[in-house]
Ligand binder design. Structure first.
Ligand SMILES: CSC[C@@H](O)[C@@H](O)C(=O)COP(=O)(O)O
Length: 349
């Protein structure tokens, strides 16, 4: 793991940034395992530190993993490490979010195609391009998502339920689902953001609540298992979530606990909307059953309470929502229904 330091200044701390101090280039990450209580940065000087940060979820969320992968290649190249080996380590640090492989592949291709003396700077330029494109995708998704909400939800103001964390902490911009919520908040259309706490690692309680509070949004935190009673009370107008990998048929892997929300939404006739950039779409994965779901240590579950010594735990990091439960997928290139002809191919080009 890299060195930690607490950032002295106040204000918005980017989830990830490239720096070039005299000792050599570094990738600086806001350590998301320490939020919301401590805003501490983690300085990665090598790929091993970055892989550790990815596995521990210090840096996390699909689009940001894409940026981490791309900058990881730039770091390996700038520091004179074996870039092919670094690419293999980074691409496999976590299996589900396809953006990680995507970012690694983009920077690696630029590195390979450049003349040797320019290869490191070509990798960095490409990582920066992935970063800028992600920020632009975020803005476009916020716009498309806003139009979709206006079409689907009538009656003045939105009460949106979200799961996990999908804001600036996972993006080069303002995020995916959270970027849509933020736009609605800015235009005065957000009545309430319902924030699932997102067990076991509490990305909702720790990270989405942190981002919602900073934005001054009306938000309420709920235990994941309170969602059913919220739907039955008629308190949810739409569900907005992100994605880690969307298969060619529209099946969507996202943080575990997303699929039950889709089932609830269908039962209660509430739109269930996935917001993700096309970098999260994987047309080479045909369907949901083909998506590899990361299994994490059972201790993340047993240590919460804690449970009696020796208790075994089932701890998949993600679940897969079938396409027929998804009302729409919002990408930077437009909105698609995963079950209509052409589906995702129409926005992926
Ligand atoms: C825009 S982020 C979409 C997903 O990456 C997010 O909802 C999620 O599941 C993140 O999981 P995590 O395990 O915290 O990396």
């Amino acid at each position: 793991m890299g060195d930690h330091f607490t950032r002295p200044e106040h204000g918005i701390i980017p989830a990830l940034r490239w720096e070039e101090p005299p000792e050599g280039p570094v990738l600086v990450l806001l350590d998301q395992t320490r939020l919301p209580h401590e805003e501490v940065e983690l300085v990665c000087t090598d790929v091993q530190a970055l892989v550790g940060a990815i596995r521990s979820l210090a840096v996390r969320g699909a689009p940001l993993l894409g940026l981490a992968g791309a900058y990881g290649i730039a770091l390996a190249a700038a520091r004179g490490y074996d870039v092919e080996e670094a690419a293999d380590l980074l691409a496999h640090a976590r299996p589900t979010a396809v953006n990680l492989e995507y970012g690694v592949r983009r920077a690696l291709r630029a590195y390979r195609q450049a003349a040797p003396e320019q290869a490191a700077s070509a990798a960095l330029t490409e990582a920066r391009a992935v970063h800028v494109e992600d920020a632009a995708a975020s803005r476009a998704m916020a716009e498309h998502g806003g139009h979709l909400l206006a079409e689907l939800v009538t009656g003045g103001g939105y009460r949106i339920l979200t799961h996990c964390n999908t804001g600036a902490l996972v993006s080069g911009g303002e995020g995916t689902a959270f970027a849509v919520v933020l736009a609605a908040h800015r235009s005065g259309e957000l009545r309430r953001l319902w924030v699932d706490e997102t067990r076991p690692l509490l990305q909702g309680a720790r990270l989405t609540a942190y981002e919602a509070a900073r934005a001054g949004m009306p938000y309420t935190l709920l235990a994941d298992n309170a969602a059913g009673s919220l739907f039955s009370a008629g308190e949810v107008d739409a569900v907005l979530v992100g994605a880690d990998r969307i298969a060619a048929d529209g099946a969507t892997a996202n943080k575990v606990g997303t699929y039950p929300l889709a089932v609830l939404a269908r039962h209660h006739h509430v739109p269930f909307i996935v917001v993700a950039p096309t970098t999260t779409v994987d047309l080479t994965t045909p369907d949901g059953a083909s998506i590899e779901v990361e299994q994490r240590s059972g201790s993340e579950v047993t240590d919460l309470a804690p449970s009696p010594l020796g208790t075994q735990a089932y701890n998949p990091a993600f679940d897969v929502t079938p396409p027929d439960l998804i009302t729409a997928i919002v990408t930077e290139n437009g909105v698609v229904s995963p079950v209509t002809a052409g589906g995702l191919a129409a926005v992926c080009g």
